[in-house]
Design a protein around this ligand. Structure first.
Ligand code: KG4
Ligand code: ZN
Length: 347
């Protein structure tokens, strides 16, 4: 079964064709980073306009790369939740138009659930139950997965997502958007014992995360402890006097604290229930330290790890097409009433 999928939930315009949920025939990703870099983050209106311009060329390229014609496609899938509403609408209306014109089934996909499937592309589904970790720019959550398409959220961030904390810390260190991968590279050159940043544990046994304390701690380290002057918060420095070496050490300390926070909840989760495997996905699953620590953790605890290939960590339509195959098998098909939703239906 060939599924063509569309992904436009944030600032990547992507289309992919995947056979039987596993074999990726094409995965075209048009990143908009260059459009948002001057603003230091994604501007929703710019993102949705750029999706509109790029959608048709990206679809055509995904067919060409896969060596397919429209008549070869068996179903159309689309990420319809969660995300920026204007961006999602471009993908959802395109997918509906295609499904209607071609007379094909339409499958709406939850972007977060699809991130967890990314490690199963070009692989086999893991043994279940699986512990799922989604780490992206908008989400940081743990899931108990009973099979490929059934999962329950067992923890999530109470404030910032880990990718958001990476992007904000990167701005403080003078790095361009998106800062996560740049901060990761910088941290590899630094000494993680120079600064000990806080790892918020919340209540004993809690599987929730919090990254706002870590972010504030990096802010104070870079710019000094602020004072109130005439009702305004004033920092003693602007951070420009930091040497490259000091920046690398701060990056390394931040990275260690962020990854420690993620791994501590993984440990708590496996103490609270039995799992046979780990699914992980989202942009931060491309992080070099997190990948190392997850591999060690899985080996130590005898869990099978499905770590996505780097090209499937960031937003991409291959994970949408792959996951949609399993939704289709489970009878979870939509009709033309499918709508874009800014939040996941389950929350
Ligand atoms: O999954 P994704 O492409 O978009 C969302 O659904 O949010 O994730 C993007 C996030 C950004 O915050 C980006 O800085 C972060 O993933 N990211 C990284 C790395 N690569 C991407 N964070 C840390 N280390 C990386 N290597
Ligand atoms: Zn994502």
């Amino acid at each position: 079964m060939l599924i063509l999928a569309i992904e436009t939930s944030c600032d990547e315009t992507s289309s992919s064709i995947v056979r039987d949920g596993v074999e990726v025939l094409s995965n075209i990703i048009h990143s908009q980073d260059e459009l948002h870099v001057e603003y230091g983050g994604v501007v929703p209106e710019i993102a949705s306009r750029a999706h509109t311009e790029r959608m048709i060329p990206v679809l055509e390229e995904s067919l060409t790369r896969a060596g397919c014609a429209w008549s070869d496609i068996d179903a159309i899938a689309v990420a319809n939740r969660p995300g920026l509403i204007g961006s999602l609408l471009v993908g959802v209306t395109s997918a509906k138009g295609l499904a209607c014109a071609l007379g094909l089934p339409l499958i709406g996909v939850d972007h977060i659930e699809a991130h967890l499937y990314a490690g199963c592309l070009e692989s086999t589904p893991p043994p279940f139950p699986a512990l799922g970790l989604v780490v992206s720019g908008g989400h940081t959550s743990l899931f108990a997965c009973t099979n490929t398409t059934t999962m329950e959220q067992i923890g999530s961030t109470i404030d910032d997502a880990v990718g958001e904390a990476y992007d904000k810390a990167a701005v403080l260190l003078g790095l361009d958007y998106p800062g996560g991968p740049r901060l990761d590279a910088m941290a590899r050159e630094g000494d993680d014992s120079t600064h000990e940043f806080p790892v918020s544990m919340l209540d004993r046994g809690s599987l929730d995360f919090s990254f706002s304390g870590l972010k504030t701690s990096v802010l104070y380290t870079v710019r000094g402890t602020p004072e109130r002057v005439d009702g305004k918060t004033v920092f003693p420095r602007d951070g420009s006097e930091l040497s490259e070496r000091e920046k690398r050490d701060i990056a390394a300390g931040f990275q260690k604290a962020a990854v420690d926070a993620l791994m501590s909840r993984m440990k708590r989760a496996i103490e609270q229930a039995e799992y046979k495997s780990i699914l992980v996905g989202g942009g931060v699953s491309a992080n070099s330290l997190l990948r190392e620590r997850l591999s060690e953790f899985a080996e130590r605890h005898g869990l099978e790890l499905r770590l996505p290939g780097l090209r499937y960590c960031l937003d991409n339509a291959a994970m949408i097409a792959g996951y949609a195959f399993h939704l289709f098998q489970a009878g979870r098909v939509d009709d033309l009433a499918l709508s874009a939703m800014p939040t996941s239906a389950r929350r």
